[in-house]
Design a protein around this ligand. Structure first.
Ligand code: IMP
Length: 424
């Protein structure tokens, strides 16, 4: 079986845990988009792994990990992660493949991300400042882009970087009055990371097609969430890649029809980091309760996440974009202790009821969430492993969400540990 796991909200849905559970059944795990803006926490036993670039499967010594074409690779972060795992006796030698066509995030991208966000003031996007947008912009612009394969020829890379840094310095000086960046420091970093990373750099498309032909089981791991998709999310408050399921084929080079099952992951409520409309947001005690109980602070930036009720309109849209087969609902335990729970089942926009999510933010900004209210529960559910043993109101909650999004909820997260999951 080939699976693709995708976030159905604005990221941070708990995909890492689902991926890690499925990785146990897969030969290969593939990251196909985004970069070090993603943050996956994987908990194995008492050990906690915070990963940004490596696929979650990397903590399993028997899994092959692929970083495919559309990922933007920060060589510094990736090197740290590879070394970090090695220090914990987990080696990636011979089982990590990085696409030679993946683009490289360099210091001037992070610099540009920061300068641009600072200059935008209240109009900023609230990016992770990991250089993601500027790197993807260079990729689309083509003339000033660096790919992992470029690390193989350092003389040619130096020429290219000289041209790029000259251009960036003119731009940053003129637009932001910024100090020039030194070409030497950029080049030295590339040279120092090249040695460690080049053994992993290869043609991942060829590898993946070979794996498909050999009937290996492959797991495609989405980064961020569908609503942050550059083309189909809440633009401009999105990331710069196709983080919806639609990005999987272009990002990996493997057609979507090779995937047997698309599994969407959503939290039992909604969170969002950064700016942008969020109709079901609760800027009140309920929001704070969810934030504290669910530890809703960013893995990558530490920022407090905005929290709100489950938004069935938004999730149904993501389900439709990906022809999602099944849904994993995470963090159900976080809702324990609330007297009543609201589910957003439609929006009211300009006096009209809408159940199809408007990704256009002018309309989304005017959307008022319409809720239905269900009863809460107080019993601890973190050790429940059988759906029928959940409190009646918790069961009703899951079943109602299932009805609204019209897809089966086959996995339910009831705690952070890998085993804290109910399979239905
Ligand atoms: P960027 O991807 O750093 O350019 O940030 C663009 C938007 O996407 C910001 O609102 C970020 O907070 C959001 N974002 C990027 N990556 C993640 C993620 O992994 N989880 C949640 N939000 C993310």
């Amino acid at each position: 079986m080939n699976y693709c796991v995708i976030g159905l909200q604005w990221g941070d849905e708990g995909k890492g845990k689902v991926v890690d559970v499925l990785a146990a059944k897969s030969d290969i795990v593939v990251r196909y988009g985004g970069g070090a803006n993603a943050g996956h926490t994987v908990i194995v036993g008492d050990e906690r792994f915070a990963l940004h670039l490596l696929p979650s499967g990397s903590v399993r010594p028997e899994t092959t990990c692929v970083i495919a074409n559309a990922v933007v690779v920060d060589p510094e972060v990736l090197t740290e992660e590879i070394e970090g795992l090695a220090q914990r006796s987990i080696s990636l030698e011979g089982r990590l493949l990085i696409s030679e066509n993946a683009h490289v995030v360099l210091d001037y991208h992070k610099h540009e991300d920061r300068l641009r966000e600072e200059s935008l003031g209240k109009n900023k996007i609230g990016t992770t400042i990991r250089g993601i947008g500027p790197c993807y912009a260079d990729k689309v612009g083509r003339s000033y882009a660096v790919r992992m394969g470029d690390l193989r020829d350092l003389d040619r890379l130096k020429e290219k970087l000289t041209r790029i840094v000259e251009y960036k310095n003119k731009l940053f000086g003129a637009l932001y009055d910024a100090e020039p960046i030194s070409i030497e420091s950029i080049f030295d970093k590339c040279r120092s990371f090249a040695d460690g990373l080049l053994p992993f750099v290869t043609d991942t498309t060829e590898f993946l097609h070979g794996a498909v032909a050999e009937d290996k089981s492959i797991l495609f791991e989405g980064a961020q969430g569908s609503l942050l998709d550059l083309d189909h999310g809440t633009f401009p408050y999105v990331t710069s890649s196709n983080s919806s399921p639609l990005g999987m084929p272009s990002g990996s080079g493997v057609p979507a029809k090779m995937v047997d099952k698309f599994i969407g992951v959503a939290k039992a409520y909604t969170t969002r980091v950064g700016a942008g409309p969020f109709p079901a947001e609760q800027e009140n005690e309920t929001g704070q309760y969810i934030r504290d109980k669910g530890h809703e602070y960013g893995t990558t930036t530490g920022r407090p996440r905005r929290c709100g009720w489950f938004d069935a309109v938004a999730v149904a849209y993501s389900v439709a974009l990906g022809a999602i087969d099944e849904v994993a609902m995470m963090h159900l335990d976080t809702l324990t202790g609330l007297d009543e729970l609201n589910i957003c089942r439609s929006y009211q926009i300009d006096g009209q009821a809408k159940t199809f999510f408007p990704a256009n933010i002018d309309r989304l900004d005017r959307a008022e969430a319409v809720y239905e209210t269900l009863g809460g529960w107080n019993d601890d559910i973190t050790e429940v492993r059988d759906f029928g043993e959940l409190p009646a109101n918790a069961q009703s909650y899951v079943l109602r969400v299932e009805e609204l999004i019209k897809k089966p909820i086959t996995m339910i997260g009831v705690g952070p540990r890998r085993d804290q999951i109910i399979n239905r």
